[in-house]
Ligand binder design. Structure first.
Ligand SMILES: Cc1cc2nc3c(=O)[nH]c(=O)nc-3n(C[C@H](O)[C@H](O)[C@H](O)COP(=O)(O)O)c2cc1C
Length: 367
């Protein structure tokens, strides 16, 4: 286990208003550009490798204002030096030719630090509002897979041709190509069977909602087995809402307050909208298919991952997640800037210590 095997850390960019929990608890998190620049600079100093922006066209879960993901990602890249920023893109509103070109340019402007999260859509009201078609659940993934194959083709080949159901290219050459080789990193979000199968064929990274190590292991084993059969490699990122405090009691009290002050109407409306996601897939699994009211207060089931407690408890749980195959923790916080700083000071060094201990144990075993 080398340093290259260290688990990596990402955070959710709060580019939509309301923070990362649908609650009326006080949140010193802000969706403005200024706040986000300070946050990104703090995060890269604290040891975070990635930041993930969100794409929303209309207000879901009380998120009244939403900055657009690609332009916002570029704004953050312009003010940072090391952080990679992952821009969320929805096939439908975006076409692959435009996305490929736009991202290739940002890759040049940022010295190879843009990445993309292809999200397949769960919020029908949003698609209806902007006049976009709403294909069935698994069909949305069929479209996303074509989208990703198109991006890869355009980014890596000259005279690229593609004849898909949703997208066609004829002898197209993009110039300049992106800086990153073989191409800009491709993440995807979603946990249904269609999402997993797509990850096992085309994506570099699979992002999933928060969950327990046991449940995550089932997903990861499934994906890795299929990916192996496809001769494809995919890494795994899991969402977690982190509440790190000096004592466990303090951390649990914060969680309780978030839930007690949940915005009940908004959480229920969000719950209704998610029925078009995982639960609408053929097998009825996937994101939010089994989420309770409490889970939905953090809109990607981030409490379930249980990174809530003291720095030591959290570091130990992160290493447990790594053991079941997680490569990246996608974190959300209540008061982003101060908590990202605390995480970098108190939690991250413990994770690195535990990883180094693990490495020594493995070396001793193999000696
Ligand atoms: C980490 C993560 C980030 C996501 N970001 C967005 C986003 O910014 N915008 C969006 O519309 N959907 C987003 N999604 C939703 C997914 O793309 C997908 O529609 C949803 O998870 C349902 O997928 P499933 O039915 O395959 O489980 C995200 C999902 C995950 C796990």
């Amino acid at each position: 286990m080398s340093k290259d095997n260290n688990i990596v850390f990402a955070y959710w960019v709060p580019n939509v208003s309301g923070g990362l929990v649908v609650s009326q608890i006080e949140q010193r998190t802000d969706w403005s550009y200024d706040y986000n620049v300070r946050l990104a600079q703090t995060a890269e100093k604290a040891g975070f490798d990635y930041a993930l922006t969100q794409i929303r066209f209309t207000a879901g879960y009380n998120a009244e204002n939403q900055h657009e993901s690609v332009s916002f990602s570029h704004g953050i890249l312009a003010k940072t030096e090391r952080l990679k920023v992952i821009a969320a893109i929805l096939p439908g509103p975006w076409k692959p030719a435009l996305a490929a070109k736009q991202l290739a340019t940002i890759d040049h402007l940022s010295n190879g630090r843009i990445a993309i999260n292809v999200v397949s859509g769960w919020f029908r009201g949003e698609f209806d509002a902007i006049g976009e078609e709403w294909p069935e659940h698994d069909e949305r993934y069929a479209r996303s897979e074509e989208f990703i194959r198109s991006l890869k083709g355009v980014w890596t080949q000259d005279n690229f041709s593609f004849d898909g159901k949703y997208y066609q290219f004829k002898d197209y050459t993009l110039s300049p190509k992106p800086v990153q080789k073989p191409h800009i990193e491709i993440f995807q979000g979603g946990s249904s069977r269609a999402a997993r199968d797509m990850a096992s064929r085309v994506s570099d990274w699979y992002f999933t909602n928060g969950n327990t190590p046991e449940e995550l292991k089932k997903q990861i084993d499934d994906i890795r087995e299929k990916a192996k059969a496809n001769n494809h490699q995919v890494k795994i990122g899991v969402n977690a809402f982190v509440i790190a405090r000096d004592t466990e009691e303090e951390a649990q009290a914060v969680l309780q307050e978030i839930i007690d002050k949940a915005h009940v109407e908004a959480v229920n409306a969000f719950g209704d909208a998610t029925r078009e996601a995982g639960a609408a897939s053929v097998e009825g699994e996937g994101n939010w298919a089994k989420s309770t009211f409490e889970d939905l207060v953090q809109y990607n089931d981030g409490f379930r991952t249980n990174l809530i407690g003291t720095p030591q408890q959290i570091a130990e749980r992160i290493v447990e997640l790594k053991k079941v195959g997680v490569d990246l923790i996608l974190s959300g916080f209540l008061h982003f800037i101060e908590e990202v700083e605390y995480f970098g000071e108190k939690v991250l060094p413990l994770v690195r210590e535990l990883e180094a201990e693990q490495q020594l144990q493995l070396q001793a075993k193999s000696a």
